[in-house]
Design a protein around this ligand. Sequence first.
Ligand SMILES: C[C@H]1O[C@H](OP(=O)(O)OP(=O)(O)OC[C@H]2O[C@@H](n3cnc4c(=O)[nH]c(N)nc43)[C@H](O)[C@@H]2O)[C@@H](O)[C@@H](O)C1=O
Length: 327
Amino acid sequence: MKRVALITGINGQDGYYLSRFLKGKDYEVHGITSCSKPGIGEPPENCYYCDFADGSNLNEIMDKVKPDEVYHLAAQSHVRLSFDLPVYTAEVTGVGTLRLLDAIRYFEQQNDKQVHFYQASSSEMFGKVVETPQSETTPFHPRSPYACAKVFSYWQTINYRESYGMFACNGILFNHESPRRGEAFVTRKITQAVARIKLGLQDKLYLGNIDAKRDWGFAGDYVEAMWLILQQEKPDDFVIGTGETHSVREFLEAAFGAVELDWKKYVEIDPQFYRPAEVELLCADPTKAREKLNWEPKVSFEELARMMVEADLKRTRQEKILNESTD
Ligand SMILES: C[C@H]1O[C@H](OP(=O)(O)OP(=O)(O)OC[C@H]2O[C@@H](n3cnc4c(=O)[nH]c(N)nc43)[C@H](O)[C@@H]2O)[C@@H](O)[C@@H](O)C1=O
């Protein structure tokens, strides 16, 4: 019998890589999306619509899918936006997780079956860091409505594990990127601008705090860690990252460097992209994941920047040809 996985936020970057990975392992993959609504745009096959700010159809979805594993990736995940939409972010990114955990608990009771649950926890929870690198034992100091909501979800996951014996785990993932990253996140914003500047479609790139440092890895590598976390004998929490930190400046250097341009000629600072409270430095200590999951990232920082620039160049060239042919 095929194992059945349910992925929330299947329409996002991580949902894409995870469903491909699981299909490669012969899973039957189902998804939850908030992007297409019945009657407006039907969800694709094996996908269900759910708004995590409501969640009233989660019991129904659990009954239909009867999953062995649930990967909870859905969230309002943009940190800057969470300052403008704090209550919505708390509803979706925080209480939404609780709604799902409770639907799983109910399903387990009714069906006498154990579901393995993965919560997409975030390095943003470390926020104003008290030690570097950050491991599973580093205390949290969240610095945004998004990070506060993720801390809530982190503890609810542990609470359901301890209260009801659920196989519920946290993967504390540091920043992970790819050509499928949303355009509002800094890496993709940069690589898209590099492509447009190189092809003569844009001449400036406006950014916020370029001294911030992040531990950036490739999303395609990180979904394997999500799966490994749910294959362990006991439920547990893991930090997933590369162990290397780079500033936004260094990403600019790598991305513009990939097409032999000097970023200093094109980048300007615009305070509208500053955050009311910033997370200055994140760097993972992934020792536990290396030792217990036998997991290691494969794509380096430079390879990641180059991969994203090349994908954006290809996409932008096609757009340019299309625009020129319809002019
Ligand atoms: C792990 C974690 O990873 C992500 O959160 P993030 O680190 O906030 O990602 P980002 O790409 O928005 O910002 C990275 C850094 O770059 C700085 N920065 C400068 N100038 C711009 C700028 O113009 N735009 C943006 N977005 N950032 C800028 C910004 O101030 C910050 O210091 C999410 O996936 C989140 O869901 C998550 O869980």
